[in-house]
Design a protein around this ligand. Sequence first.
Ligand code: AMP
Ligand code: GLY
Length: 423
Amino acid sequence: MRVLVIGGGGREHALVWKIRQSPRVAHVMCAPGNAGIARDAECVPIRADAVGALCDFAARERIDLTVVGPEAPLVAGIADAFRARGLRVFGPTAAASRLEGSKAWCHAFMERHGIPCASSRTVRDEAAARAAVREFGIPAVIKASGLAAGKGAIVCRTAGEVDAALARMFARREFGAAADEVIVEEFMDGEEASCLALADGAAFAALPSSQDHKRLRDGDEGPNTGGMGAYAPAPVLDARMQARVDADILAPVIKGMAEEGAPYTGILYAGLMIDARGPRVVEFNCRFGDPETQAVLPLLASDLVEHMLAATEGRLAAERVRVAPGAAVCVVAASGGYPDAYRTGAPIAGLDRVPPGVLVFHAGTVERDGAIVTSGGRVLGVTAAGPDIRAAVDRAYAGIAAISFEGMHCRTDIAARALARSR
Ligand code: AMP
Ligand code: GLY
């Protein structure tokens, strides 16, 4: 089989790494990829949002399976475009991707189907937003409904933060059309976890649970980022809690989407808040998580390509997801300044000195004059699996210790919650 992966970050490097292990796969291509992906796949310089060009390319290159990494092309309808051309694609249609693409639509959907989540109001102006904040009290969460590259959710802990968030949404229109509709949500307390599930329109199969670290600094301090690290499995999402996620969230979502004429195929990412009452939905994404995927895939013992083929053919119910024992940890090495303005072009040293067994997934790198240099905010996802969470953490940080570039920084406490529980 010839497989095309769309995207060029750490998530896509992990996907390429896993996909090329499948005995069914002869050739892997990636558009546009990055300097690390180029060692594992043939990279082609087509942007991930160039839907027409990607369709033409897949048809011309006789690609048997296309796997879409990022949300923007999915929300824009890349899966529909591929299917219309008779091309096999793993990812939801535009209609199904509304679970991520419109938080307003998603909340209404969850209400229609009784899916546990925060109480919310969808508003179109500041006065209505303020009324909703009064209703729910502070802290409140204010979110742009549309895609905002992970930056559109603001947790407001004071009245001043509410004013600032509303100004960004309405007066300054920082989020543009993504904030034409704004969601005001009740604040949920608890521990967050991510659940990635394969779906074929009717059946679903959860992959190992995971936990992301969105804040910049140790102890979950500092601004939100795209994710500074992840680990899997997440002890908070144990077998009992996962059974509730399956029954109360995944099953009704998959059934509800089918009933509403938008059957969901691909990866359904459920961002969850878990407390004594059980799991509630924070958000859905219509794709693999980044950096969760980097920690989840090393624990997947079965063939991801088989699962994806089954998902696109409606045969997922007969598949068995096999999970390796142990744990995996991904520590992100970021550029100086990230998540604000950061410098690129710094040469990366030590990539050939990481201990055996450490996986270095590239997120923002490019090759220049034979050297690998930084090209993004998140640069590398240094990943390791081990027999337990302690071993995985130690191995991943041994990998981090071998690598350096000017301005490099990372969190030193990835998986701290799981370590505390294991003590
Ligand atoms: P989202 O983009 O919807 O995933 O939100 C980004 C982050 O904001 C989440 O990972 C949570 O940490 C936080 N968050 C979002 N909604 C809520 C909520 N209703 N209660 C508490 N925290 C939230
Ligand atoms: N790790 C969060 C996300 O992929 O959206």
